[in-house]
Design a protein around this ligand. Structure first.
Ligand code: BGC
Length: 428
């Protein structure tokens, strides 16, 4: 495989999933509820907050040249309007560490977790959130901008509508047959325990009200209204404007969770409508961005009645969705039909206990990128999810997406063969 000079080959993480002790965040609060939907709390996670240097060294040592990570808003602004210089200093060191090892930092400002105070003010359905997010983005750009070339404002900004759709489907299925409802979890690209959530809903509402002042807190990963959906993209635009006014040279984009939506005979119209909802209707908000972050994990097939279960006999990942690395190439081509700017694959990966499968997944995904490059699609980089086994949200530590294994008892890191396989690409 050969990639153009300067092509970014990296791995990704998100603050809450790896750093540990993210105590001012909404996720931390929800993990502690007596009727939580989380399998286990994040706790110390991978202690990446203290061990980032070792992790970046392993990444660079294997040959990777980019590291996508997120800055935690709940650390930087733990109370409304109080910005914590110590935390900014921490992230300055992480960025400097990347540079020291010749690694390009790709910084995400918002990867699912928000400060508790933001949620108390209405969270991701409240107009005021746009101004708050702009202020936070401006602060980061002012303090850290000189070391950063790429910023992703918001991770998987389209997640809220996907969750609204799946919750609706889940409710209908749950009414019909509680048992088959479980199959729906595998149709969203993030660890969710819908069955547990449904059981806990009544109690969780009371407990949420105590912490967030509302029984239905609008966290980032909540089902979103159409207004909330637009609000997230307006927050992106506001943040981008703020960053550009401080550091015009920073390349700013957003990331989207995109499935390879395939139509079987009779499913064409539904698959098209789903692609409109998942991708096309966002174009007016992102058309002029410096790049688009594409995140893909699998495909979804449509028949005349709607989404179909995975094909019979298909190989499944630990997340219960199909092992299908070719999805990435299909999504990149599809995105390029309407979005002509640069694309960075900001996430792509597989939860599996078998590292041979991960290598196979990466090999086929990268082959897809090579095909796209040959077709003239401006793909500028590939970040594998994830650098290390980590906290897969509601599903806890049971999903192993990492290129590096982390011993939960000792925090010892063991690079898997897939790490050097991915790194070898930069040496060809
Ligand atoms: C998210 C990650 C998550 C990954 C695997 C993406 O939806 O950005 O935070 O861990 O998928 O499910």
């Amino acid at each position: 495989m050969s990639f153009p000079k300067g092509f970014l080959i990296g791995a990704a993480t998100a603050a809450h999933q790896v750093e540990g002790n993210n105590i001012h965040s909404d996720y931390w609060a929800q993990e502690q509820l007596p009727h939580t939907s989380f399998t286990e709390p994040s706790g110390i996670a991978c202690d990446h907050y203290n061990r980032y240097e070792e992790d970046i060294r392993l990444l660079a040592g294997a040959g990777l040249n980019a590291y996508r990570f997120s800055i935690e808003w709940a650390r930087v602004e733990p109370e409304e309007g109080r910005f914590d210089e110590t935390e900014i200093e921490h992230y300055r060191k992480v960025i400097a560490c990347c540079r020291q090892y010749g690694v390009e930092p790709i910084v995400t400002l918002m990867h699912f977790t928000s400060p508790v105070w933001l949620i108390k003010k209405g969270g991701w359905e409240a107009e005021i959130t746009i101004a708050y997010f702009r202020r936070y983005a401006a602060f980061v750009a002012e303090r850290l901008g000189s070391g950063i070339s790429y910023i992703c404002t918001i991770n998987e900004a389209n997640m809220g509508l996907q969750l609204a759709a799946i919750s609706k489907r889940f409710r209908l299925m749950a009414e019909q047959a509680a048992k088959s409802a479980k199959n729906a979890e595998g149709t969203v690209q993030v660890g969710m325990n819908f069955e547990k959530m449904m059981e806990n809903m009544k109690f969780a509402a009371i407990e949420n009200a105590e912490i967030f002042g509302t029984p239905q807190p609008q966290i980032f990963v909540s089902s979103r209204t159409p207004e909330g959906d637009a609000l997230v993209f307006r927050a992106h635009q506001a943040a981008k404007e703020a960053i550009k006014s401080i550091r015009p040279e920073i390349r700013v984009g957003i990331t989207l969770s995109l499935h390879d939506l395939q139509a079987l005979p009779g499913g064409e119209a539904l698959a098209e409508a789903a692609w409109d909802e998942e991708f096309r209707h966002y174009l007016p908000f992102i058309r002029d961005d410096d790049f688009l972050g594409v995140q893909n994990y699998t495909r979804t097939q449509y028949g005349p009645q709607g989404q179909l279960p995975c094909p019979v006999g298909a190989k499944l990942t630990q997340m219960d969705y199909e092992f299908y690395p070719e999805a990435l190439e299909h999504v990149l081509s599809r995105v390029h039909e309407d979005f002509r700017g640069d694309i960075i694959v900001t996430e792509n990966g597989v939860a599996t206990g078998d590292d041979e499968d991960r290598i196979e997944f990466i090999r086929r995904a990268l082959k897809g990128i090579e095909n796209c490059l040959n077709d003239g699609i401006p793909v500028k980089g590939y970040c594998h999810w994830s650098l290390m086994d980590n906290f897969e949200w509601q599903k806890g530590y049971s999903m192993t997406f990492g290129l590096i294994a982390v011993d939960r008892a000792t925090q010892a890191r063991t690079p898997k063969p897939s790490l050097s396989f991915l790194g070898s690409v930069t040496k060809e």
